[in-house]
Write a new protein. Sequence first.
Length: 296
Amino acid sequence: MKITNKFNVPETLVALASRDFYSKGKSDYSVTEIISPPRIQRLRRKHHEEIEQDVADMLWMLMGTALHVVAERSEIAGHTNEERLSVGIDDIMLSGAIDLQKDEEDGITITDYKFTSAWALMNDKPEWEQQQNIYKYLVERVKRRPVKGLKICALIRDWSRRDAMNKESYPQAPIQVIDIPMWTFDRTEAFIKERVEMHRASKVQADWEEELPLCSEEERWVRETKYAVKKEGRKTAIRLLDTEEEAKELLATLPPTAKGFIEIRKGEAIRCTGNFCGVAQWCSQYQSSLKEDEDE
Ligand code: SF4
């Protein structure tokens, strides 16, 4: 990957961004790798040399690294920072680095730090649940100790005090600790095997990109189309609705003097359109969806 420095940030940050902190130890797969869509993984590997990223866009990755370094300095009895655990499943080795484990008599609580947006926190993040449950599986197998809780410590990058006061369900503080539902050991093991098989199959198909499994709606972070009922002279919508029918019904209840109208906010696949996967320009799935939109 080529790291650029378009905004002339200090060389020390560029050097830090260029270092490869990512490691999966001696394992075949890391937890991060198996929960990520195979299409993204294969395209990233194939285009590794061509992928360009500016150091300014890596701010939150750098902050994540900094947080881990700082967290490691805090030594408290019964707490383990940043531990990598590995297990064998069938014929592969799987490993994962766990941010924090709190060990008590009746079990271990696992916590993962995430820099995230307020929007992400207010919506489902299935990959958090998957990742945390695989960590639980690793702990239970390696340490032979029960896991009694899974938590995400979310650090909200774009937190706004004004939105916290005015928006329902908006996070009330820039740091939130969330409980993650726990799966059974058997469910997690079956999930791991299924994901490994998907990645294994995609390696065989790597030369035929069209054959790669498609990213699901969930994996593309699809934001559904919304219908905003608005009235002239008011900036914000009266209400934001999921269907056009609901919007029309509400519009019909407004007095004619309100000069109401419906604004369609077209849904989009945020991960593709914002190139958060880093490979959108080489992805046939995304490119063909762009073409379909053009043809419409
Ligand atoms: S562009 Fe979208 S569909 Fe293609 S790999 Fe990235 S997330 Fe998946």
